[in-house]
Design a protein around this ligand. Structure first.
Ligand code: SF4
Length: 257
C-alpha cells in the first residue's frame, strides 16, 4: 500500500559515523528484511505502518528540503538511514532522484546506501560530484536473500550494479551486515565479498545482528529460538573478516565503533 503522509522536516541531524544529516524520502520499506531494526523505532511513531507492506510518501518533502538546504550548513547527507531510497516505489515517484538534484545543487555531499540496482538510473547526477554509493551485500547467495530479505533485489543484481557504479569512478562501499553466524559467514562467502571489495575498490563496513524486540519476532519466521540465542558471539567472524581484508588490501571497519 502506498499513501501520502504529512511531514515537518526533510533533513535530520545524524549521529551515524561519517554523516551530518540523514534524508529519508519514505516511511516504510518494501524490501521487508527480517533483521531490519527500523520497525522497532517506527512502532511507536507510526503504529499502523506494516513493515514490508506499506510505504508512506512524505507529503511535500521536496519543497521542505529545498527550503532547508538554504538555511542549513552543508554536510554529508545519508540517503537513506531508515528506508531504502531505491525501493520499488522510487521507480515511478522519483523522489530520491529529485532530492539528489536539490542536495547536490546546494553543495551537500551525499552518501547513498541501497540494495537496489535502480540506483544506476541516477549515475548521470553523480559523476564528478560529491557522491558515494554503498550496497548492502549480506550474502552472495540467493537463498539467503529470499529467506531474510524477501522483497529486496537478488545479490547478483546488487553486485552487477556495484561494479557498474565503481567502473564510472564513483566511490563505492559494501555494507556486509548483519553477519548472521551459520548463514552468511562461511569462509567461502566471506572471501567472495572481500574479493568483490578488492575488485571494485570498495571499503567493507560490517555489522552484527542486533536483536531488537521486533527483529526477534520477525526472525522467528525463519529461525528457531535456539538458533537465535546462539547468535551472540561475533569475535571470531570479525577477526576472520579483518584478516581476509588485510590479505586482499581492502579497507574494512565495524559499522558502529
Ligand atoms: S532495505 Fe534496509 S531499510 Fe529496507 S527493510 Fe531492508 S534493512 Fe530495512
Amino acid at each position: 500500500m502506498i499513501e501520502s503522509r504529512p511531514c515537518k522536516t526533510a533533513l535530520s541531524r545524524s549521529t551515524l559515523p561519517g554523516l551530518v544529516y540523514s534524508f529519508n524520502p519514505y516511511w516504510g520499506c518494501m524490501h521487508g528484511c527480517l533483521y531490519c531494526y527500523v520497525p522497532d523505532v517506527m512502532r511507536n511513531i507510526m503504529p499502523d505502518l506494516k513493515w514490508g507492506r506499506d510505504v508512506f510518501v512524505k507529503d511535500k518533502v521536496l519543497e521542505i528540503l529545498r527550503a532547508e538546504v538554504k538555511k542549513k550548513a552543508p554536510g554529508v547527507v545519508g540517503v537513506s538511514t531508515a528506508t531504502d531510497p531505491y525501493q520499488p516505489a522510487e521507480r515511478e515517484l522519483e523522489i530520491t532522484r529529485r532530492a539528489l538534484i536539490i542536495l547536490s545543487s546546494a553543495g551537500f555531499p551525499v552518501s547513498i546506501q541501497t540494495k537496489s540496482p535502480l540506483v544506476t538510473r541516477d549515475i548521470d547526477l553523480m559523476i564528478g560530484k560529491k557522491f558515494d554509493v554503498g550496497f548492502t551485500i549480506t550474502s552472495t547467495d540467493k537463498e539467503f536473500q529470499m529467506k531474510f530479505e524477501p522483497g529486496a533485489p537478488p545479490p547478483e543484481e546488487r553486485i552487477s550494479a556495484l561494479e557498474t557504479i565503481s567502473s564510472v569512478g564513483i566511490n563505492t562501499w559494501i555494507f556486509y551486515g548483519p553477519i548472521i553466524p551459520g548463514y552468511n559467514d562461511s569462509p567461502e562467502e566471506m572471501e567472495r565479498i572481500v574479493r568483490l571489495g578488492a575488485k571494485t575498490k570498495s571499503k567493507i563496513i560490517y555489522d552484527r545482528l542486533n536483536i531488537k524486540p521486533t527483529v526477534l519476532q520477525r526472525l522467528k519466521i525463519v529461525m528457531n529460538q535456539e538458533e537465535i540465542s546462539r547468535r551472540g558471539s561475533f569475535r571470531e567472524q570479525f577477526a576472520r573478516l579483518e584478516a581476509l581484508c588485510r590479505e586482499y588490501s581492502v579497507r574494512c571497519e565495524f559499522a558502529f565503533p
